[in-house]
Design a protein around this ligand. Structure first.
Ligand code: ATP
Length: 498
């Protein structure tokens, strides 16, 4: 049973992942702030994406371009003309809807077969009593909807002190265009050879008509985009280079989401039909995830051909080509674009990680994040907070481990409660310092300088020398196998799971 969105929204607020923006003023609709744990999770997603797709690859470089760009960029790209959604309004309640989404919404119906009683009917379905289908506003059930008109999704603003037409500019609706307009700069400064890619992660803005579903669709969000340039005259393994690389990127992106925890059963590919393809695309596939709202787009991977470079060459008057040494010709590269949303990725990882289970008759909520995604890697907990030596050792361990990872100290509850709190935010390991660790000076007892490591998923515990904590966590947090590590330290303590 997939977790309900409301459960995630409330957990996110309670445990510091995501807050509604400007909440003390009543909130800003569909705008969200990432709290102390949310920001860690989000940074981990972006860092892993950068590590795996930029740092590790010889054919990739990065970019961090400004959000405000020359307004001509958006004319050349087609956004001023075409980045629109069809919008309809209700003549009664004035609510606005995306015309192509309105049928999928549940609708309010005053049923003539039941003395005009009001019912909510699921999206796309007819009334089971009178058989009517929705024609009126889905929200108030009374108003007619206007005919659809195109609404441009770009946020407009003014550059400089004068608010006239010449000063109009836009908040970028995607990060991609900066990679195209910097194509020549990157190519020359880095002396690159095709195929190569430019990656960028950053904010984008879209004045969505119907944002919603928590952080799934918002007006301000973050994207992680790659523009991968290939020589259209080359073939790879007997296929045109653009088609070969398109399939490679689809496979690599799918593998990336699986590697960090999204299960096969909750992922699928959807190919865009010819009539839904964007004007620039030869072929596009979406990776879809089974969100609590149903199968929806997690990222898109498009073959944008040479459309963008040609458009920017035309509008700027500059040459945006690549010199193919072998064929002694100038070519306009084709581009493959894997475009992912950071917020949607975060939501998918949260959905997948959430589990409720019963442990000794009590409910345990646990976020089974991949250790590299987990916002906090280790929590250091003193078993007795009144024993100075225990507390001191726990603080010392925390500051040593914090040189490598996000590590917290907590002594504000009894140990069982502390474990549950860490489970609920997905901390993969807890370290507990107890009397055995530090000994008892009054009784002349030496400590054994060992601490308990408790594994979030199995709840098993092992005892490990303090000086070995860093190498042990280096192994475990990179995805190392718990059972193997536990075996090296004599296996989990019998009956100590908690
Ligand atoms: P949709 O069809 O859901 O509106 P899109 O096809 O317009 O999305 P793209 O332009 O392909 O989206 O953007 C790439 C990615 O950016 C999307 O797959 C998604 O993860 C993310 N994204 C796009 N719009 C939003 C938004 N309003 N809120 C959050 N993430 C978004």
């Amino acid at each position: 049973m997939p977790v309900a969105m409301d459960t995630l929204v409330s957990l996110s607020k309670r445990r510091g992942f995501v807050f509604q923006s400007s909440e003390i003023y009543g909130g800003t609709g569909s705008v969200w702030d990432y709290g102390p744990l949310g920001v860690e999770l989000k940074q981990n997603i972006k860092r892993l994406w950068w590590r795996d797709f930029v740092q590790m690859r010889p054919d990739m470089v990065g970019l961090d371009a400004a959000i405000l760009m020359h307004p001509m960029v958006w004319r050349a790209s087609g956004h001023v003309e075409q980045f629109t959604d069809p919008m309809v309004d209700c003549r009664e309640c004035q609510h606005r809807f995306r015309a192509d989404h309105v049928d999928a919404r549940p609708w309010l119906h005053f049923c003539p077969a039941s003395k005009g009683n009001k019912f909510e009917i699921p999206g796309g379905e007819a009334c089971p009593r009178c058989g009517a289908r929705r024609t009126l506003c889905p929200d108030c059930g009374k108003g007619e909807l206007t005919t659809a008109r195109q609404f441009n999704l770009m946020f407009k603003t003014f550059m400089g002190p004068v608010e006239d037409d010449a000063a109009v500019t836009y908040l970028r609706p995607e990060t991609a265009q900066a990679m195209f307009v910097n194509f020549e700069n990157v190519l020359q400064s880095m002396r690159l050879k095709l195929p190569f890619g430019i990656a960028q992660a950053g904010r984008s803005f879209r004045n969505e008509i119907t944002p919603g579903n928590f952080i799934f669709r918002t007006r301000e969000f973050e994207q992680m985009e790659i523009e991968y340039f290939v020589n259209p005259h080359e073939t790879v393994e007997g296929r045109p280079a653009d088609e070969y690389w398109h399939d490679r990127w689809i496979a690599d992106c799918m593998a990336w989401f699986r590697r960090y925890g999204l299960s096969e059963a909750n992922l699928r590919l959807r190919e865009h039909e010819k009539d839904e393809l964007a004007h620039y695309a030869k072929r596009t596939l979406d990776i879809e995830y089974r969100f609590p709202i149903g199968w929806s787009e997690l990222m898109g991977i498009a073959n944008r051909t040479d459309f963008d470079l040609k458009q920017h060459a035309k509008f700027s008057g500059k040459t945006l080509t690549y010199f193919d040494e072998e064929r002694k010709e100038h070519v306009v590269p084709y581009v493959i674009e894997p475009a992912a949303g950071v917020d949607r990725a975060l939501l998918a990882f949260l959905v997948e990680a959430y589990q409720e289970e019963e442990v000794r008759g009590e409910k345990r909520v646990v976020l089974r994040f991949h250790p590299e995604l987990a916002p906090v890697k280790v929590a250091v907990l003193p078993l007795l907070k009144k024993r100075e030596e225990i507390v001191k050792t726990a603080h010392a361990i925390r500051s040593e481990l914090a040189k490598h990872w996000r590590v917290v100290y907590d002594d504000t509850a009894a140990i069982g409660r502390l474990y549950r709190r860490q489970d609920e935010v997905g901390t993969p390991y807890c370290v507990t310092v107890d009397v055995q660790t530090v000994g008892d000076a009054d009784k002349g007892e030496q400590g054994d300088q060992r601490v308990t490591i408790r594994d979030r998923d199995s709840m098993q515990q092992i005892r490990v020398p303090v000086r070995e904590l860093v190498p042990v966590f280096q192994e475990l947090l990179a995805g190392g196998d718990w059972a193997t590590v536990a075996g090296r330290f004599g296996g989990p303590a019998a009956g100590a799971a908690g």
